[in-house]
Design a protein around this ligand. Structure first.
Ligand SMILES: N[C@@H](CCC(=O)N[C@@H](CS)C(=O)NCC(=O)O)C(=O)O
Length: 217
């Protein structure tokens, strides 16, 4: 039986799905709602955090988008997850990004999007302000690095680009000021030019996310 990739339209499952489709990985793509009461026990048995993405190969369950991206690259013999000399540089950007740029985008995206979609209370302006301050600090570093180059690494797109951009497809609701950072905006436009990054759900039967419930702060 083919491995199964459980995904949804939320940011990290979207990221893993985009990798799988970008690499044409031989996996069955299954939309999931792990927090639905009927599915909770099953997903808790696969991942103690109950979250997706999850890649199920036989009885081996792999969770965390980064680990899944690594495994999908192994399965397809792709260098999208660099295996050779470029690996340390790729890990550097994944690691730095998750602590800084991705984290900042996550905070703002959660407050202005996810929280309202899932009726988790109103947007917290103090958290948005914290996220925007982190975004400004991280964006200065990222924008400087991307100035004069197309991708994070020297030799073309890699998983580090996808990971760094995890939350940018949700910027219609997060409203992060990408336009203030021209090299980041240009890099994001380049990513959007990759069809399976811009719409990894193309041709799949994946329910839309719940609508935003209130106005944003
Ligand atoms: N650190 C995890 C985060 C996983 C995570 O937070 N998943 C969320 C979506 S972003 C989830 O499972 N939400 C339930 C859903 O999408 O239905 C990863 O990188 O894979």
């Amino acid at each position: 039986m083919q491995p199964i990739l459980y995904y949804s339209r939320n940011p990290n499952p979207r990221l893993a799905l985009a990798v799988a489709r970008h690499l044409s990985a031989p996996v069955t793509l299954e939309w999931a709602a792990p927090f639905h009461p009927r599915q909770a026990d099953y997903f808790k048995s696969l991942n103690p955090t109950q979250r997706i993405p999850i890649l199920l190969e036989g009885d081996r369950s792999l969770w965390e988008a980064d680990a899944i991206a690594c495994r999908l690259s192994q399965m397809t013999g792709s260098d999208f997850w660099r295996m050779g000399a470029g690996m340390p540089d790729m890990i550097r950007w994944i690691s730095w990004g998750k602590e800084t740029f991705v984290r900042a985008c996550d905070i703002v995206s959660f407050e202005r999007g996810t929280r309202l979609r899932y009726r988790m209370g109103p947007t917290d302006p103090a958290k948005v302000a914290d996220g925007l301050a982190r975004f400004a600090e991280a964006s200065a570093v990222l924008n400087a690095h991307l100035t004069g180059r197309d991708w994070l690494l020297d030799d073309g797109p890699s998983y580090a680009d996808f990971r760094m951009a995890t939350f940018l497809p949700f910027n219609d609701t997060a409203a992060l000021p990408l336009q203030d950072h021209p090299a980041i905006a240009a890099w994001n436009a380049r990513l959007e030019g990759l069809p399976l990054w811009s719409d990894p759900f193309e041709g799949l039967d994946a329910p839309q996310l719940p609508p935003i419930a209130a106005t944003v702060a």
